[in-house]
Design a protein around this ligand. Structure first.
Ligand SMILES: [Zn+2]
Length: 440
């Protein structure tokens, strides 16, 4: 792909030591940039435009106009042979988690929240370099993930824009209780930080999360797959607990993401007013009607299903005891049900459960969505305008339109004809700053 950048004296300054101080004060570099896009998928329209110019001032998009224009004093980034898209959004990641090396229970007792946070810095970089300029982190020890978000926002860590849920909330012995299977005397604060039993505890936990700086709340109305001893089919939170979370969170202007596999938990959580169902593995046609009526998003996380099946078959040591059987049951139904939800007209946003599989491979989800029967353009819209709407910041991210952040990526081939192009994102710009160019 061609994405050489034509720069004048600014480029010379960038290669000198002097540039460091200039970069620290972006106002000194305030310069217009024009991207020449050969093909443009803007995140709004289902049709592609050819030969378009995107004018960027500081960190925002100013205009999107037909033809390749130039402007005195503006640098041109030549992506005329590439397909240009909005920075991708993954609405379901866990930047503090990485399954896949060694026994998860041994890791749990030998690693601290500091280890997780330091590893998370690397995972944030990998995620951004993969073309994901925004993520919704739906589960990680609250003080650690809030610290990572702040460090990225301050420019001290390279990573995507982050909206974080902190510790996931759920009942004793459920998917949010990380002490299950251990001697109680071993318990660490981060294992039980998210346990709520009863509406009063739910209200208090949501308020405490808000005080700690989270952006949204993640609850686990059903059991999980990678956790011990909880049934994914069962609704393990009461309706009263879900309602207490939803009302308190919405009052505090926070959205609620609900991890739910079984249909009963999906249906109840949607009726009570959660903003998204995560996974939704065993949902059915009745569930999809309920979700459509309530405007509840589905975040299907197909890579997670695919990955846990591979672990169960080939690397059972990566899963906790009793988890393999659950993994083998959930994996195969997830894609068919994601397609059923799509056909039923349920709102869908892109999410991958990064951390269950290796960070940075988020783009594989597109391939699985397309394999499931969802058209490539709709899979892309799930990861752009739809995910931005779910996050609640569509005015800033998810589309290439005037006023939005200049979060822009490019692929050398067209992802509408080969969806795997989104696993080889060659150019990444976040807030007007190039973070990856020509694949480097
Ligand atoms: Zn998850």
């Amino acid at each position: 792909m061609t994405n050489s950048i034509k720069r004048g004296s600014a480029m010379i300054a960038l290669s000198a030591g002097l540039a460091i101080s200039l970069l620290a004060a972006p106002a000194a570099l305030a310069k217009d940039v024009i991207i020449h896009a050969g093909q443009l998928i803007d995140g709004v329209s289902r049709t592609t435009r050819s030969n378009v110019s995107i004018l960027i001032h500081d960190d925002r998009i100013v205009s999107v106009t037909p033809g390749f224009t130039e402007q005195a004093g503006a640098d041109v980034i030549d992506l005329s042979k590439s397909t240009v898209l909005p920075g991708l959004i993954d609405a379901h990641v866990h930047l503090l988690l990485q399954l896949g090396s060694g026994s998860p229970m041994l890791n749990q007792v030998t690693r601290t929240a500091y280890d997780e946070l330091l590893d998370g810095i690397g995972y944030a970089r990998k995620t951004l370099f993969a073309g994901f300029t925004s993520v919704r982190d739906v589960g990680g020890y609250t003080p650690a993930i809030v610290a990572l978000k702040k460090a990225v926002a301050a420019g001290n860590v390279t990573g995507p824009r982050m909206w974080v849920a902190g510790s996931i909330l759920g009942p004793t012995g459920g998917h949010a209780d990380f002490s299950t299977g251990f001697d109680e005397a071993l318990s660490k604060p981060e294992w039980t930080d998210g346990i709520i039993d009863g509406p009063e505890e739910a209200i208090k936990a949501v308020r405490a999360h808000h005080r700690a700086g989270v952006d949204l709340i993640k609850i686990v109305p059903s059991g999980g797959v990678a956790s011990v001893g909880d049934d994914p089919h069962a609704q393990l939170m009461t309706d009263a607990e879900i309602k207490a979370v939803v009302e308190t969170a919405h009052t505090l202007h926070m959205k609620v993401a609900a991890h739910a596999h079984g249909a009963v938990a999906v249906d109840h959580a949607s009726q009570i007013g959660v903003d998204s169902i995560e996974h939704g593995s065993f949902a059915n046609d009745v569930s999809y009607k309920i979700m459509k009526t309530n405007g509840t998003y589905l975040v299907p996380t197909l890579i997670a299903g695919d990955t846990v099946v591979q672990y169960a078959k080939m690397h059972p040591e990566i899963l906790k005891p009793s988890v393999a059987a659950k993994a083998l049951a959930v994996g195969p139904v997830m894609s068919q049900n994601a397609f059923n939800a799509y056909k039923a007209g349920v709102k869908m946003a892109f999410g991958t459960d990064a951390g269950v599989y290796p960070h940075g491979q988020n783009g594989r989800e597109f391939e699985l969505l397309v394999k499931a029967g969802i058209p490539a353009i709709d899979a892309i819209l799930m990861a752009t305008s739809a995910a931005a709407d779910l996050i609640g910041d569509a005015d800033d991210i998810g589309t290439i339109q005037p006023g939005r952040y200049a979060d822009i990526i490019a692929t050398s081939g067209n992802p509408l004809t080969d969806i795997t192009e989104l696993q080889r994102v060659a150019f990444v710009m976040k807030g007007g700053q190039i973070v990856k160019q020509a694949g480097q």
